[in-house]
Design a protein around this ligand. Structure first.
Ligand code: BEZ
Ligand code: FE
Length: 308
């Protein structure tokens, strides 16, 4: 196939964007068309393959609703969600690493007092989470909000599982005057992402497993700081090196320390055996927030001239 096959068509499609008044939209769409056409040219895509792709995307949309987010899942298993995350939240420095939101976040979790349990059904092995929310220099941030969620011991989030109470294993906590938080949850388990839809079919065709290493999710926010979306992962989990959505970061892997004594458990209001985890989150002040790429450039710097 000629390397310039269809180049007049590509040029025409790019010229069709000339009337787009939003310069960022024009730039992003121009790059999308250029890369998509180059991909089709490079792979010499057949009509049957293109139709198959359209059918796949149609099925991805058809299975999606407010409880099932198949497009987020697709973005996740292709590594796209994590790439966007890494570009917008470069690793390194004192700020806690971020990772993907995933498709199972639900707003509106109960506001709970410090020390409360997010489990409404007492299943799983209890885990007591505690630590502080800090500014980069170590100054505690009082009143920071931690929005947390995790699966039950069967590896299912409550909206996937009719046997769990609504909003089970979700909660919102505010740090005290010393920036401290503590709450009880359960020791996270590794679980399979939903694989009974088009994304699961794709994973099987690629010979990939659907598992994520055990983790608990957090969105940590405070006035004057950039909100942090992250997880804590369980050290020793067998899937840490092959997360189906490429979202592990070494700095987020923590020790879950096991305790077997009933008196210790009683002091924490749980039953033995139980686990403790300690982790301090460090937020980025908004006035030092950087643009993608690490610079402090404003959004307009990301609107480059379209290259031929
Ligand atoms: C999650 O951790 O909840 C998740 C993230 C990406 C895809 C599926 C699940
Ligand atoms: Fe998860």
């Amino acid at each position: 196939m000629r390397e310039d096959a269809g180049s007049a068509l590509t040029a025409a499609a790019r010229r069709s964007l000339a009337g787009t008044s939003d310069p960022r939209l024009r730039f992003v769409m121009d790059r999308l068309i250029a890369h998509l056409h180059a991909f089709i040219r490079e792979t010499e895509l057949t009509e049957a393959e293109w139709l198959r792709a359209i059918q796949f995307l149609t099925a991805t949309g058809q299975i999606s609703d407010d409880r099932r987010q198949e497009f987020i899942l697709l973005s996740d298993v292709l590594g796209a969600s994590m790439l966007v995350d890494e570009i917008n939240h470069p690793a390194g420095g004192p700020v806690t690493a971020s990772t993907v939101l995933g498709p199972f976040y639900r707003p509106g979790a109960r506001d709970l007092p410090l020390g409360a349990s997010i489990s409404q059904d007492a299943r799983g092995e209890p885990a007591v989470f505690s630590g502080r929310v800090l500014a980069p220099g170590g100054t505690p941030i009082p009143g920071a909000l931690l929005d947390v969620w995790e699966t039950n011991e069967n590896g299912l989030y409550e909206q996937q599982d009719p046997d769990q109470p609504d909003m089970n294993l979700r909660g919102r906590f505010r740090t005290d005057a010393a920036g401290r938080y503590t709450f009880t949850g359960i020791k996270p388990v590794s679980y399979a992402i939903p694989d009974d839809g088009p994304v699961g079919t794709l994973l099987r065709a690629l010979g990939r497993h659907p598992y994520r290493p055990a983790h608990i999710h957090f969105i940590v926010s405070a006035q004057g700081y950039r909100p942090l979306t992250t997880h804590l992962f369980v050290r020793g989990d067998p899937y840490l090196a092959s997360d189906a959505v490429f979202a592990t970061r070494d700095a987020l892997v923590v020790d879950f320390i096991r305790h077997d004594t009933p008196t210790e458990a009683a002091a924490h209001g749980v039953t033995a055996p139980f686990y403790t985890v300690t982790y301090d989150f460090v937020l980025q002040p908004l006035d030092t927030a950087t643009a993608p790429g690490g610079g402090t450039a404003p959004q307009s710097a990301r609107i480059k001239e379209a290259q031929p």
